[in-house]
Design a protein around this ligand. Structure first.
Ligand SMILES: *[C@@H]1O[C@H](CO)[C@@H](O)[C@H](O)[C@H]1NC(C)=O
Ligand SMILES: *[C@@H]1O[C@H](CO)[C@@H](O)[C@H](O)[C@H]1NC(C)=O
Ligand SMILES: *[C@@H]1O[C@H](CO)[C@@H](O)[C@H](O)[C@H]1NC(C)=O
Ligand SMILES: *[C@@H]1O[C@H](CO)[C@@H](O)[C@H](O)[C@H]1NC(C)=O
Ligand SMILES: *[C@@H]1O[C@H](CO)[C@@H](O)[C@H](O)[C@H]1NC(C)=O
Ligand SMILES: *[C@@H]1O[C@H](CO)[C@@H](O)[C@H](O)[C@H]1NC(C)=O
Ligand SMILES: *[C@@H]1O[C@H](CO)[C@@H](O)[C@H](O)[C@H]1NC(C)=O
Ligand SMILES: *[C@@H]1O[C@H](CO)[C@@H](O)[C@H](O)[C@H]1NC(C)=O
Ligand SMILES: *[C@@H]1O[C@H](CO)[C@@H](O)[C@H](O)[C@H]1NC(C)=O
Ligand SMILES: *[C@@H]1O[C@H](CO)[C@@H](O)[C@H](O)[C@H]1NC(C)=O
Ligand SMILES: [Cu+2]
Length: 656
């Protein structure tokens, strides 16, 4: 005992001396390069993130509340070398919102509990709460981190995460690396926008259109460059919704990596980056370059149901050779644009098509209305609703029943995967929108992707002979309008991994499925740290039981979280669309319908009250419903399944 205490005293003395003397030395050594939120020692990066509201005005048009870290916004870029450890101590000082952090693209082998989505691998961190992420990084390249709860990251909680490696492929071809983020930007906070988006006043599910685009979380970004130098540009789309066309005036670029996968060098004059995608490419400044030149990010208007008159969907940055010279306006380009088709890229490791699948999952993407009148997104007949118990905690507590998808509930849309099986996902887009699909914990081979309007995979008569022999691999891939796509991956990473559209609006409206991969292995390897469970306790969220919180009868899902009920038969989506559309067009005139036109106005409310739509966002059953007799004819045009197409024709600027 005494000896131990003596030892402790000695250690205590050393510790106290360190506390007193270390800051002095640290300060002396400190300069602007050392950020206060980051310390590094022996392969371990520690980030202390105090998350709170701050004010910012990145596009110069509207100062607003944004989610910052340690009182600052933009938030820091996280950096580590391959095989190092990252620890993030999060304190949630947002007084009115819970939060989490997700590390997009990282595999987190044996560390699925550090992945971040709320009610999937952890409980949301409540205001005043704290939480520690602790994981290792084994993949080089460009990733990013963002909140993964209630569509929060577009309010600012989104930043790059870069993993460097010695002897990176292509490094002999460039002199320097520059990181540039690109994104859309909203002037309003997400909770209000979500309320408008998911409402009976917006039955077509028209997504809020961003107010502007940003490069480097600002506009008019300047990047200082030297003639005769080749730069590796790491670009990441940290936006909520918009895909971006990106080009550098008068210069081609050579792509070397997408979503953490090195590719064979591929030259192009334009890149397309959907929300969450990354691309690294080389650009050479000519020896005799004396002028500054612009680069442009232009939001893909196809995603928007209508384009507001005053929207500038472009943002310009400049490669600056000479600060004294002017920053020329970019030349106007005309559509159609033809950016690099990412399925033409070949992975640098030449990984061939994975074997025939052991497990095929077919997911049809469908938008439809439910009984509250709002528009929801479905995979087949399921719109995601979070479970009462985080799915990982169900997997860890369900014993042998963890391999039975029933315990995860209907509305998490869970597929249980066996260790190391080859999984194939067939996506059919029964919607005229583009959707960037992302899988957590893996990247996937895009073995086949159809053009727009090709119909379902089955209708396309595609066979394995049509699949790419060396498929492009990434973690986020765009499914084309009314087209189809086939993805393959090997279930070699035990965990609970979401598969979802990365458009934050569609995450909110339910376009999510869950893969529970090798749950029996998880039960062996995953040990949940105490602070993770404490977070649940603070929020009174159970950590044991099936999706309904039942740990007595695991197959009884009574009381599980569920979406609003289906509309009564005969009361179809087109009926609602026709109903609301006709009353709004009556009031506003078809030509001027715009997204915010759907925000509830006094007239609209009165109109709705007469038509069976209640104040509480639900549709009354019974007689009021019978008043709607539009059936399937409605205003919906022929084969268009997403009623938003209607609005594209009806209102605002139309871009062909
Ligand atoms: C975290 O930020 C909040 C809000 O800005 C501030 O009140 C608090 O003192 C900060 N805490 C720490 C430990 O930095
Ligand atoms: C960018 O430059 C334009 C033109 O000079 C200016 O109107 C705008 O306010 C600038 N934006 C920002 C965010 O500084
Ligand atoms: C994950 O854990 C298993 C079982 O302990 C181990 O065999 C495997 O090497 C681990 N994988 C990684 C990448 O650490
Ligand atoms: C992080 O995880 C490692 C490996 O499990 C462990 O040794 C270390 O103590 C953890 N650190 C923190 C701060 O939780
Ligand atoms: C860039 O790298 C190339 C090849 O390594 C080298 O020849 C050139 O001098 C470098 N340029 C600069 C400005 O350092
Ligand atoms: C730029 O790349 C395109 C392919 O995207 C190619 O057609 C064109 O010739 C290239 N231009 C130059 C100047 O190399
Ligand atoms: C955005 O840039 C594109 C490409 O140059 C151009 O066609 C379009 O007119 C621009 N839009 C605005 C609002 O300036
Ligand atoms: C991939 O194939 C190319 C030839 O197409 C070859 O040059 C390269 O070395 C291969 N890469 C690897 C990692 O095997
Ligand atoms: C979806 O369809 C399947 C098969 O037809 C059915 O068993 C299941 O109950 C349906 N689920 C929902 C949520 O409607
Ligand atoms: C697929 O095959 C069917 C039956 O042979 C044929 O009717 C249909 O036109 C084919 N579709 C395509 C896209 O080739
Ligand atoms: Cu989507």
């Amino acid at each position: 005992m005494m000896a131990q205490r003596g030892l402790l005293t000695l250690l205590g003395t050393i510790f106290v001396s360190l506390i007193f003397f270390f800051p002095l030395t640290a300060c002396a050594a400190d300069d602007q390069n050392t950020t206060p939120w980051h310390t590094y020692n022996d392969g371990v990066h520690i980030y202390n993130f105090n998350i709170s509201w701050v004010r910012a005005n990145p596009d110069g048009m509207a100062e607003r509340d944004v989610i910052g870290i340690n009182g600052r916004w933009p938030i820091p870029t996280m950096e580590a070398s391959i095989d190092e450890r990252i620890i993030v101590n999060v304190q949630n000082h947002l007084e009115d919102e819970s939060t989490t952090l997700h590390f997009h693209g990282l595999f987190l082998q044996n560390e699925t509990h550090m992945d971040g989505p709320a009610q999937v691998t952890q409980c949301p961190i409540p205001p005043g709460g704290s939480f520690t992420y602790n994981f290792t990084v084994h993949q080089p390249g460009v990733y990013w981190y963002h909140s993964h709860v209630h569509a929060q990251y577009p309010d600012g909680l989104r930043g790059p995460l870069i993993i460097t490696e010695p002897n990176a492929p292509f490094q002999e071809l460039y002199n320097e690396t520059k990181l540039i983020t690109v994104s859309d930007w909203y002037h309003d906070r997400m909770p209000g926008l979500i309320k408008q988006f998911m409402s009976k006043g917006n039955p077509t599910g028209a997504e809020p259109v961003p107010n502007s685009a940003l490069l480097g979380e600002t506009q008019n970004l300047t990047v200082h460059v030297t003639p005769g130098t080749t730069y590796r540009i790491d670009m990441v789309n940290i936006g909520a919704f918009a895909s971006q066309y990106i080009w550098f005036e008068g210069h081609n670029v050579s792509v070397i990596m997408i979503d953490g996968v090195y590719t064979h060098l591929t030259e192009t004059n334009m890149i397309y980056l959907a929300a969450a995608q990354r691309c690294s490419f080389l650009i050479t400044i000519k020896d005799d370059e004396t002028s500054n030149f612009p680069f442009v990010a232009s939001m893909d208007l196809d995603l928007f149901d209508q384009v507001p008159e005053d929207l500038n969907w472009n943002v310009t940055g400049w490669m600056v050779v000479d600060q004294k010279k002017s920053l020329p306006d970019p030349a106007i380009l005309y559509e159609p644009f033809s950016p690099l088709d990412d399925t033409l890229l070949l992975p640098w490791d030449n990984q061939t098509l994975l074997a025939e699948p052991d497990h095929t999952v077919t997911l049809n993407v469908i938008m439809d209305n439910l009984g509250d009148g709002a528009n929801y997104a479905f995979f087949n007949n399921i719109t995601y609703v979070a479970p009462k118990v985080p799915t990982l905690y169900t997997a860890l507590s369900a014993g042998d029943l963890a391999t039975d998808p029933t315990v995860y509930g209907t509305n998490t849309h869970t597929f249980v995967l066996k260790k190391d099986e080859i999984v194939q996902i067939i996506l059919n887009n029964i919607d005229p929108g583009k959707h960037p699909f992302h899988l957590h914990g893996h990247n996937f081979q895009v073995v086949w992707r159809s053009d727009d309007e090709a119909g379902t995979f089955e209708d396309s008569n595609i066979t394995a002979a049509d699949f790419a022999p060396i498929p492009m691999r990434r973690d986020t891939a765009v499914l084309h309008p009314n087209g189809n796509m086939v993805l393959r991956f090997k279930a070699d990473n035990p965990g609970v991994w979401l598969f979802h559209c990365h458009i934050e609006w569609h995450v909110q409206s339910g376009l999510i499925a869950t893969f529970v991969e090798a749950p029996k292995v998880l039960q062996e390897v995953i040990k949940i740290p105490e602070d993770h469970f404490a977070t649940c306790e603070k929020g009174q969220i159970p950590i044991k039981g099936n999706a309904a919180g039942n740990s007595v009868d695991w197959l009884d899902l009574d009381g599980e979280n569920a979406p609003p009920p289906r509309l009564p038969a005969g009361f179809t989506k087109s009926g609602i669309v026709a109903l609301v559309f006709s009353c709004i067009s009556g009031i506003l005139g078809v030509a001027t319908v715009s997204w915010y036109g759907f925000a509830e106005s006094e007239e609209e409310r009165q109109a709705q009250q007469g038509l069976g739509i209640n104040e509480d966002n639900s549709l009354s059953p019974g007689d009021e419903v019978q008043q709607v007799s539009f059936g399937n004819s409605g205003l919906r045009g022929g084969e268009g399944n997403h009623a938003g197409a209607l609005l594209r024709q009806a209102g605002g600027v139309i871009r062909g």
